[in-house]
Design a protein around this ligand. Structure first.
Ligand SMILES: C[S@@+](CC[C@H](N)C(=O)[O-])C[C@H]1O[C@@H](n2cnc3c(N)ncnc32)[C@H](O)[C@@H]1O
Length: 254
């Protein structure tokens, strides 16, 4: 039971853990993690973040590595309800922001149906974290006046996206979960009008000590990525802002 702290019993906090660096947690997220009775956390929650939890807190790994879902989504939804009904204060911890490609909405819908109170704590989403730590702004008056976050996750072997809109010039497009579909993404962006020399980058493990930025173009990215053997979690960023990495990089060692 919730005897150690001031958190309400029987309530769930859906918390964004940011892209990896524990220093990118919000003050509220850090406080909740340190006080919760139970934490249900995902694969992408950065190293060191779970160390903030109470020694006696219940820790449940919910997984969700690409193609290796440890707990099915329904089981996660029900688990949150069960833990709250036990009278625990529950932190549901997700990488990045829980409402950006995080299925946070689905989990909250189950809580609403079950009458469980909740709060949402936003986190630094991977695109913002990777761009900051890789040294390129996602918008810039000389390069991009708009910004799109899109999922590159393959459904039935295809990436079914609005390619004409994504291939418009003067914007930055960030593909989450796109590494497995990089060939298709680059081909479609070129087929829909972007020059093959358009700058494109992949950032792996953004904001962590192991961060890697690979600079290429739409024409060369698939080959460069295969050569570098870069695996998820990684983002693909398309647009001329990535060219600023060489000038503005402050985090990655050359
Ligand atoms: C299921 S989505 C979750 C996104 C998360 N809710 C967010 O707001 O960042 C997982 C994808 O986010 C991206 N991602 C998350 N953390 C990352 C990181 N530290 N570096 C690079 N990409 C990351 C990768 O594309 C990964 O496949």
């Amino acid at each position: 039971m919730n005897t150690h702290n001031a958190l309400t019993a029987g309530k769930v906090w859906l918390v964004g853990a940011g892209p990896g660096d524990p220093d990118l947690l919000t003050v509220k997220a850090a406080r909740l993690i340190a006080q919760a009775d139970a934490l249900v956390y995902d694969h992408l929650v950065g190293d060191g973040i779970m160390d903030l939890a109470r020694a006696d807190a219940r820790r449940i790994y919910a997984g969700k590595e690409a193609s290796k879902h440890t707990l099915p989504q329904d089981s996660i939804n029900n688990l949150l309800v069960e833990l709250a009904r036990e009278g625990l204060s529950v932190v549901r911890l997700k990488g990045g922001d829980p409402f950006i490609f995080g299925r946070g909405g689905e989990e909250l819908e189950t809580l609403v149906e079950s009458g469980i109170p909740f709060e949402v704590v936003p986190g630094v989403t991977a695109a913002a974290g990777c761009a900051a730590y890789s040294g390129f702004p996602l918008t810039h008056r000389d390069h991009a006046q708009s910004l799109t976050f899109v999922t590159g996750h393959l459904k039935d072997g295809t990436v079914n996206l609005d390619w004409p809109a994504l291939a418009r010039p003067k914007q930055t497009v960030v593909f989450y979960m796109g590494i497995g579909a990089v060939d298709e993404i680059c081909r479609q962006m070129i087929n829909h009008g972007l020059p093959s020399l358009t700058p494109a980058a992949v950032i792996r493990n953004g904001s962590m000590q192991t961060q890697q930025t690979l600079l290429a173009t739409l024409g060369t990215l698939p080959h460069r990525l295969a050569e570098a053997e870069i695996k998820p979690p990684a983002l693909i960023v398309v647009g001329s802002v990535v060219g600023l990495h060489e000038k503005l990089n402050w985090f990655e060692k050359p």
